[in-house]
Design a protein around this ligand. Structure first.
Ligand code: SAM
Length: 234
């Protein structure tokens, strides 16, 4: 029988739906919004599943079986990719997220899969990885309020505080360096169009060739488009 190239196998899709069904949206509400969490998740849950599964399918074609992936700032939106990597590709996917409440809501929902979210700095992950996922982390307005507007092309020269901006840029560069030095070559980076510059800068500084994919894919929660970067190949 011919295998479909445009859909995840039914067992994987079912598992993804099951995990989304087990999430404690009451606990996740305040993580993602100041108010109206229930409404937010009613609107976004299906979108997370659909758009996340589309990206997961792309990863299936790009990643080899049995490798390791480092996920920085992974949450609800990353579940399809993490589940696909773990159950279909037999890969070890390690998601890191500094929001403890979100990690506490994600881990019980994933109990049937060998997948554990870690509430710690991803730069402290051990070992080497052939895939780095870093999506809507380096431009996060909550964590980087002085740097984020510039990432989105909305900097204001009247209100910019150069010292605070410089401090955040140092943190971002250190996080990128801490993750990129763990990437084996050739390797794959999944990131957003706003964050490509940081990966590109690291590659230039280390004279590592890279190729940014020309296609962009929508995301469900933050809305920054995802793209892929091949690192270490001409
Ligand atoms: C804006 S959220 C993005 C969540 C998700 N990637 C998405 O697109 O929906 C940014 C996340 O990055 C996480 N984060 C920031 N710095 C991190 C670090 N050094 N290690 C692990 N997670 C980090 C934050 O805790 C937060 O959960």
């Amino acid at each position: 029988m011919k295998k479909s190239r445009t859909k995840l196998p039914p067992a994987t899709s079912r598992l993804i739906t099951e995990v989304y069904g087990r999430l404690d949206y009451g606990a996740l509400g305040p993580v993602y919004c100041y108010e109206g969490g229930d409404e937010f998740w009613r609107a976004k849950r299906g979108l997370c599943e659909r758009l996340g599964s589309r990206v997961a399918l792309l990863l299936k074609k790009k990643l080899r079986r049995g490798g390791r992936s480092l996920y920085v700032g992974a949450g609800v939106a990353e579940l399809p990719a993490l589940i696909l990597e773990t159950v279909e590709l037999g890969r070890a996917a390690e998601p890191y997220n500094l929001r403890r409440t979100e990690v506490s809501a994600l881990n019980p929902a994933c109990h049937s899969i060998p997948l554990t979210f870690h509430a710690m700095d991803a730069a402290k992950a051990k070992g080497r990885f052939d895939h780095l996922w870093i999506v809507s982390v380096l431009n996060d307005p909550e964590r980087f309020p002085h740097l984020s507007p510039l990432s989105y092309g909305r900097g204001n020269p009247l209100t910019l505080d150069p010292q605070k901006f410089e401090k955040e840029r140092r943190i971002v560069r250190a996080l990128v360096a801490g993750c990129m030095e763990k990437l084996t070559r050739p390797g794959l980076v999944t990131t957003t169009t706003e964050e490509v510059i940081w990966i590109a800068e690291w590659c230039h500084r280390h004279r590592v060739p890279y190729l940014v994919g020309k296609r962009y894919y929508p995301t469900a929660l933050v809305g920054d488009p995802i793209c892929f970067i091949r690192v270490g190949t001409e």
